[in-house]
Design a protein around this ligand. Structure first.
Ligand code: SF4
Length: 244
């Protein structure tokens, strides 16, 4: 056999989400996540990172911070154009400025300026309230609930859906909420574990499980259905070449 991935790596399918978390914990340093100093900063970051990478969201966050605007009381007092200019680097800046304004007003009027008070509501009600705000989708709502309010929910973002489907923990067509609920059931009420899993999944998605996956370098390849399949295909090609 020449080159490619080896046959000898034992194939051991992941038993579930807890098993995945153990493997991720064993192989990766946990990144600092969610990087924020206050609950409202989590909210602003969750809005600003929509449809863009964290680097761009951070630039906009830094500008808001410099102007003293990482504060729900200050946002509604800021002019529309000024707010749009400050968040421009995060992309979709008009929509994001408006979402920040809507979210800040909601936090002020409904929760006395403290988003963490959402945790006092039943989770389904808290999620429903957030989802009723213009510009807040499932991923943003769950990031706010988990990282700003400490509510045990899972952020089943694109990284998670891709990793779960490729490893065989979920089927490719499972919805956001199906993957969220499955993960929450398994990690039952442990907000720390749910946050850690999300952070490690994002890290794995950035380093290995990209759109074009780097299975040959990935520590999950011996536990992952897609990694296994690609390994078998490559070994088949290598053996075929040996026979020629
Ligand atoms: S082995 Fe490949 S498909 Fe599986 S998690 Fe790693 S990079 Fe993704």
């Amino acid at each position: 056999m020449k080159g490619g991935m080896t046959h000898s790596r034992p194939w051991k399918r992941l038993k579930g989400v807890t098993d995945l978390l153990d493997v991720l914990d064993a192989h990766l340093h946990r990144p600092v996540w969610w990087p924020a100093e206050t609950p409202f900063e989590v909210c602003a970051g969750a809005v600003l990172t929509q449809n863009t990478n964290w680097r761009n969201a951070e630039k906009a966050l830094a500008r808001l911070r410099a102007e003293g605007l990482l504060d729900p009381a200050a946002i509604p007092r800021t002019g529309r154009e000024e707010l749009e200019t400050l968040v421009r680097e995060s992309g979709f800046y008009r929509r994001k400025a408006e979402t920040l304004r809507v979210l800040a007003s909601y936090i002020n009027e409904r929760h006395g300026g403290r988003v963490e008070r959402l945790s006092l509501l039943p989770t389904s009600e808290a999620r429903r309230e957030l989802l009723s705000l213009r510009g807040i989708g499932e991923e943003t709502a769950d990031a706010i609930l988990l990282y700003a309010c400490g509510v045990p929910v899972f952020v089943a973002d694109a990284y998670a859906r891709r990793l779960f489907s490729r490893t065989g923990l979920a089927s490719g067509n499972q919805s956001y909420s199906a993957i969220r609920k499955m993960t929450e059931r398994e990690l039952g009420g442990d907000a720390g574990a749910l946050g850690r899993l999300h952070a490690l999944v994002v890290e794995t998605g950035k380093r290995f499980c990209r759109r074009n996956p780097l299975c040959g370098e990935c520590f999950l390849s011996g536990r992952c259905a897609t990694g296994r399949l690609l390994s078998e295909q490559q070994n088949g090609i290598a053996e075929h070449k040996d026979e020629e």
